[in-house]
Design a protein around this ligand. Structure first.
Ligand code: HEC
Length: 172
């Protein structure tokens, strides 16, 4: 009976370490422009791309991803998790949308994300939103990001365009 006990102890230790990792890898609290600030509203009003991005976002995305890009309504998260399904991720600075190049975000929006149960927790929007509107959506969502996140996202988008061009040159 010594071995199982040792195993249990090791398992508990690993779980404690993993739990610790999860806490420390939580995104840092960042200061972003409040969604309803007059400064932000004026910035959107001055740019037709942002106006369209906001309209399309509020119409097509906000009921799942949150009007301020905050992600799934908190009170519904435990139920989704108990069903073993993915929750709706935030698009603001606490999420990871900014880590992806625009080309990838465009694919996600056009094709949606299918889970192994053949559900589409993220529905496809092909034929519903245009590629221009997706660019406008990304510009609008990027208002929730920090300067560093915006710079990073621009960099990976640029890199992705270079890679795409390279592959095209090589005939794929
Ligand atoms: C019916 C709810 C729903 C709607 C409406 C919806 N989404 Fe999603 N979206 C999801 C879910 C759920 C996921 C996560 C799917 C997964 O990981 O399995 C997701 C994931 C994403 C991702 C990937 C995020 C990341 O960081 O990897 C992007 C980008 C995205 N959605 C953008 C949009 C945009 C833009 C719209 C509006 C045009 C939209 N979504 C509308 C539910 C929705």
């Amino acid at each position: 009976m010594q071995l199982p006990r040792l195993l249990m102890f090791l398992l508990a230790a690993v779980m404690i370490i993993l739990a610790g990792c999860q806490t420390s890898s939580e995104p840092p609290v960042v200061a972003v422009r409040p969604t309803d600030s007059p400064e932000r509203a004026a910035m959107i009003a001055a740019d037709q791309n942002l106006v369209t991005g906001q309209t399309v976002y509020n119409l097509r995305c906000a009921h799942c991803h949150g009007y301020a890009g905050e992600g799934q309504l908190l009170s519904t998260v435990p139920n989704t998790e108990q069903l073993g399904l993915h929750t709706v991720p935030p698009h603001d600075a606490t999420g990871h949308t900014w880590q992806h190049p625009s080309q990838l975000i465009e694919l996600v929006v056009l094709n949606g994300i299918q889970n192994p149960l053949e559900h589409y927790p993220m529905p496809p929007f092909e034929g519903v939103v245009t590629e221009t509107e997706i660019d406008q959506l990304i510009a609008y969502m990027s208002l929730w990001w920090t300067d560093d996140q915006r710079a990073w996202q621009a960099q990976v988008t640029q890199r992705r365009a270079e890679l795409d061009a390279e592959y095209e040159v090589n005939g794929k």
